[in-house]
Write a protein that binds this ligand. Structure first.
Ligand code: ZN
Ligand code: ZN
Length: 348
């Protein structure tokens, strides 16, 4: 017997040709809808931030993307269709009611089927987890900013506040926010939505302002079967800032670095020395100005700096090496000294 290729016939209409599960393409498409669409779908939308709730959780996406996600996850595909995709056009009946015209495209072997249907979508006003937490003054982590053996200056308070707020805004993460800020004696407390935010801010503050970081977790309670900790992150801003003039032991010095070591530059000799921050805690800050001053060489051989406002002249130490006409000086109650730092742009 010669071998013959089996002929394929549709069991429904008897047509000859390729078959899909025993049916010709036409009968197969007729018998197998792609999806069984419901009449109504609901989706929650946060009235505060506009996020939509999908199965994966709250997400800050636009309405079209949310609707695509909603169709994909709520309308089950029917066997044997695979890789079903949806496209839709939304018509707004009112702000919270949409009429969707949808095309569902299904694939099976080399066949494709498009099914058109309409579905109403009701947008349910709600409040997402992150907005709910925020409204409830929710916090998990605390960030404490203090001075190292001293109170923060008003300037530092402003600087730290601005730094934290700008950093949180820039991150643009709806789950990371500041619930409240409290000014406590000599420092600032930030109540934050997550422990991780507190830790990150503590590290970044210490890098920018110079300081030591420590943290202490405290068991707070249980949430969905797991233990919840509230972590207090503490930054102690170093005793000095770059530019401070301090009296340490017998010498008067300007602070030229605070991290990782404090570098004190002796104003009279111009020599710099490096210290661990804890070793110079006894240094006392001295009132001083730093500005660019006119340098005059007197006939007596003395070299003086002239205060730009009062025009008072004081001998300047150490003597400038060259015959410069201007120099940045540190001006204290008892003298004028050459400085290595730029002049203060403005005194607050
Ligand atoms: Zn057929
Ligand atoms: Zn929200």
């Amino acid at each position: 017997m010669p071998f013959e290729t089996a002929k394929m016939f549709c069991v429904e209409c008897g047509a000859e040709g390729p078959t899909y599960q025993g049916l010709c393409a036409r009968d197969f498409l007729k018998k197998h809808p792609v999806v069984a669409p419901p009449e109504v779908l609901d989706i929650e939308r946060c009235t505060s931030c506009g996020s939509f709730r999908l199965k994966s959780g709250w997400s800050k996406i636009d309405r079209e993307l949310a609707l695509t996600g909603l169709l994909r996850e709520t309308i089950p595909k029917l066997a044997p269709w695979e890789r079903v995709t949806f496209t839709h056009v939304a018509r707004e009946e009112d702000a919270n009611n949409l009429s969707l015209t949808v095309k569902a495209l299904g694939r099976f072997e080399d066949l494709q089927s498009v099914q058109d249907f309409r579905v109403r979508v009701r947008i349910k006003p709600s409040l997402c987890d992150s907005c709910q937490k925020q409204r409830g003054r929710y916090f998990e982590g605390t960030l404490q900013v203090r001075g190292d053996g001293r109170e923060l200056t008003p300037q530092e308070m402003r600087g730290v506040r601005t730094f934290v707020i700008a950093r949180v805004d820039r991150a643009g993460d709806p789950a990371a926010f500041v619930s409240r800020i409290e000014e406590v004696h000599g420092g600032l407390d930030f109540y934050l939505s997550t422990n991780a935010l507190g830790k990150a801010l503590a590290r970044e503050l210490s890098e920018s302002f110079g300081g030591r970081v420590s943290s202490s977790p405290k068991l707070f309670g249980q949430k969905q079967g797991r233990e919840v900790y509230r972590v207090t992150s503490l930054v102690r801003l170093g005793p000095f800032h770059i530019g401070d003039v301090v009296r340490y032991k017998e010498s008067l010095a300007e602070v030229t670095s605070v991290r990782p070591f404090v570098i004190l530059r002796d104003l009279a000799s111009g020599e710099s020395r490096r210290f661990k921050p804890k070793d110079v805690r006894s240094a006392k800050r001295v009132d001083a100005e730093r500005f660019e001053a006119k340098i005059e060489h007197l006939e007596s051989g003395q070299i003086v700096a002239v205060h730009p406002k009062s025009e008072e002249a004081r001998p300047v130490r150490p003597s400038p090496k060259d015959r410069t006409a201007h120099a940045v000086v540190v001006w204290t109650q008892d003298g004028a000294y050459l400085s290595l730092l730029p002049p203060e742009s403005s005194k607050p």
